[in-house]
Write a protein that binds this ligand. Structure first.
Ligand code: COA
Length: 263
């Protein structure tokens, strides 16, 4: 997506610096492209350097000023080092998108305690780690906007997703609490809760692929796109959302209202 195809002004994030965790692939990469094509300088992080290098090339081909850091969001010190390197390189950190996540389908009877822990650690504890580092090392003194990516499956529960729905519900609650504690410092904290997005690893893992997603799963009768979700992140990260904090915006075509919770 180029800026001139966007419903938003191309200078919406001029002068801003954004860090996107899990930014090398899928929704994370598309979020980098959308924020970057609206003026933000982009930092992305993930565990795998090969993916980061490929993503950096995509962003540079888009004309976006970008850098990356390597870290596992489960390790606070590594995360803090990445936050420090972003501030050192770009001079600020205005936007944080907590997108890094782990997922696999497993019934509770097939889910080991360690499998449950792995996903809660990546999603929930990872969101805590990066948010805490960004707040304490920059946003507490300069303000900012945090957007946490969750899901909508935690509102009703979903078979084979006990680990994921537990983590996502925790992030929703953490978001509201960060919003309360950090609002006085000018830091807004919100959630984007996506449903299935066409062509993503998430849809592949959970439903078996785009063609397995029943058209009647939601009122809009289709999968979403990563661009539609990333544009919601863009809105919440921008000054257009200057009075919004502690909110959850569900971007799932209404799936959680009518869709199946069982595959
Ligand atoms: N079913 C059941 N348990 C599974 C599993 C599956 N499909 N995949 C992993 N696990 C369990 C492992 O068995 C292990 O538990 P154990 O020690 O009791 O055997 C535990 O999860 C941790 O697995 P491991 O691979 O060592 O952890 P990791 O931290 O390297 O992996 C995951 C992280 C679990 C998220 C892994 O699935 C992953 O890397 N996924 C790719 C990225 C991804 O999920 N992207 C999100 C797309 S929406």
């Amino acid at each position: 997506m180029t800026a001139n195809q966007s419903p938003f002004r191309s200078d919406l994030l001029d002068g801003k610096v954004a860090l996107v965790t899990g930014g090398a692939t899928g929704l994370g990469l598309q979020t980098c492209r959308v924020l970057g094509s609206h003026g933000a300088r982009i930092a992305l992080c993930s565990r795998k350097e090969a993916n980061l290098q490929a993503a950096l090339q995509v962003l540079r081909d888009d004309g976006i000023d970008a850098m990356y850091g390597i870290c596992d969001v489960r390790e606070f010190e590594a995360v803090a080092d990445v936050v420090d390197s972003v501030v050192a390189h770009f001079g600020s950190l205005d936007i944080l998108v907590n997108n890094a996540a782990g997922n696999f389908p497993a019934l509770i009877s097939d889910l080991s305690p360690n499998g449950f822990k792995a996903v809660v650690d990546i999603d929930l504890r990872g969101t805590f780690n990066v948010s805490k580092a960004a707040y304490e090392r920059w946003m507490r003194d300069h303000g900012g906007a945090v957007v946490n990516i969750t899901a909508a499956t935690q509102y009703r529960g979903m078979a084979m997703q006990a680990h994921v729905v537990s983590a996502k519900a925790g992030i929703d609650a953490l978001t509201r609490t960060c919003a309360i504690e950090w609002g006085p410092a000018g830091v807004r904290v919100n959630v984007v809760a996506p449903g299935g997005m066409a062509g993503t690893e998430g849809v592949q893992r959970i439903t078996g692929g785009d063609d397995k997603f029943p058209a009647n799963s939601n009122p809009l009768r289709r999968l979403g796109s990563t661009t539609e979700v990333a544009q919601t992140v863009l809105f919440l990260a921008s000054d257009a959302a200057s009075y919004i904090t502690g909110a959850v915006v569900v971007v799932d075509g209404g799936s959680w209202l009518t869709g199946r919770a069982q595959f």
